[in-house]
Design a protein around this ligand. Structure first.
Ligand SMILES: Nc1ncnc2c1ncn2[C@@H]1O[C@H](COP(=O)(O)OP(=O)(O)OP(=O)(O)O)[C@@H](O)[C@H]1O
Length: 267
C-alpha cells in the first residue's frame, strides 16, 4: 500500500472544454437573506492556483469565502465549486478561519487539533487510524511545527496557532482551500511558513482563496487577485489587476504613491 500523503497528487477534472476550474463566480451577487453586500463577482480559479481577495474592512472578502462554502446567499448569478453547488461541494473544500475563532483555553493539544481535520474522512464516532495520524504529522511538518505536536494549543503564539489551523485544513486533502485573513498579526517566521505551505499545496493541485490586507502576500502566493469593495473592482492576473487606477477606485483616498509604487495606507 502506498504511504499516505497530506497533499494528494494533482488531479484535473476534465470538462468538454478541457480542465474544469475549481471555483467559478459567474456574475455572482452575494449576501445574507435578502440583503446583497457584494455585487458582480466574475472570474474563476483553476486547480493549482491561488486567488487573493483584497479590499478594505467590510468589503465583502469573508462573504465571498462564505459563498464558496455555501454559507452566503447567491442572490443572482452563480457560484460553482468543483462543478457543483457550493453546499454540495463541501466534501471538497477546507476552510481556515482566523486563529482567534478557536478558544486558546480549550484543553487540546496541537496534534489533536490537526487530527480533527481527519474526522470527516474517519467519521466522528471512529478512532483515527495510523494512516490518519501519519497524514496529520506530515501536515504539521509542512507548516514547520512537527516538534509542537504534544504542546497545548493555547500555549502557541497567534502565528503558530494559525499554522496549526492550516495544517488541520491540509489533512482534509481538499481540492479547494479557503483562508480568511490567515496572515493577520502573524510574525515573520509564521508568515514564511504559511507562504511555503500554500505554495506546496498549489503544487499538489489545490485551488486556494485567501483574503488578505497585504498586497505583498498576493505577490508571494497568488496568480490572480480579486479587488472588492461592495462590488468587484477587478479580477484577474496580479499585474493587470493591481493597477493604481483599480486600487484607487477600490480604496479611494487610502491609496498613495510612494517612490513610484502604489501603496494602500492603513491596512
Ligand atoms: N451574517 C451577516 N448578515 C448580514 N450582513 C453581514 C453578515 N456578515 C457580514 N455582513 C455584512 O456584509 C458586509 C461585508 O462583510 P465581510 O465580513 O464579508 O467583509 P470583509 O471584507 O471580510 O471585512 P473585514 O476585512 O473587516 O473582515 C459588511 O457590511 C457586513 O456588515
Amino acid at each position: 500500500m502506498p504511504a499516505p500523503r497530506a497533499i494528494p497528487s494533482p488531479r484535473t477534472e476534465a470538462g468538454p472544454h478541457g480542465p474544469q476550474p475549481a471555483i467559478v463566480f459567474d456574475h455572482a451577487c452575494l449576501g445574507y437573506g435578502s440583503k446583497v453586500v457584494l455585487d458582480g463577482v466574475h472570474g474563476s480559479v483553476p486547480r493549482g492556483q491561488a486567488l487573493a481577495l483584497i479590499g478594505p474592512n467590510g468589503a465583502g472578502k469573508s462573504t465571498l469565502i462564505k459563498s464558496a462554502l455555501g454559507l452566503a446567499t447567491v442572490a443572482s448569478g452563480s457560484v460553482t465549486v468543483c462543478g457543483r453547488r457550493p453546499a454540495a461541494a463541501r466534501p471538497h473544500t477546507a476552510y481556515v478561519p482566523q486563529a482567534d475563532t478557536l478558544d486558546p483555553e480549550f484543553p487540546v493539544t496541537v496534534g489533536q487539533v490537526v487530527l480533527m481535520g481527519r474526522y470527516r474522512a474517519v467519521g466522528w464516532l471512529r478512532r483515527p487510524r495510523r494512516h490518519d495520524r501519519i497524514i496529520a504529522a506530515e501536515a504539521l511538518d509542512l507548516v514547520g511545527l512537527a516538534d509542537r505536536s504534544r504542546d497545548r494549543f493555547g500555549t502557541l503564539s497567534g502565528g503558530q496557532r494559525q499554522r496549526v489551523l492550516l495544517a488541520r485544513a491540509i489533512t482534509q486533502q481538499a481540492a479547494v482551500l479557503l483562508l480568511d485573513e490567515p496572515f493577520n498579526g502573524v510574525d515573520a517566521v509564521s508568515r514564511d511558513a504559511l507562504i511555503g505551505a500554500l505554495r506546496e499545496l498549489k503544487r499538489g493541485g489545490a485551488a486556494v482563496l485567501v483574503s488578505t490586507h497585504d498586497l505583498a502576500i498576493a505577490h508571494a502566493v497568488c496568480e490572480q487577485v480579486c479587488l472588492l469593495n461592495g462590488r468587484q473592482f477587478g479580477f484577474g492576473p496580479l499585474q493587470s489587476t493591481l493597477t493604481a487606477r483599480n486600487l484607487r477606485a477600490c480604496y479611494g483616498a487610502q491609496v498613495l504613491e510612494v517612490d513610484g509604487s502604489t501603496v494602500v495606507a492603513g491596512v
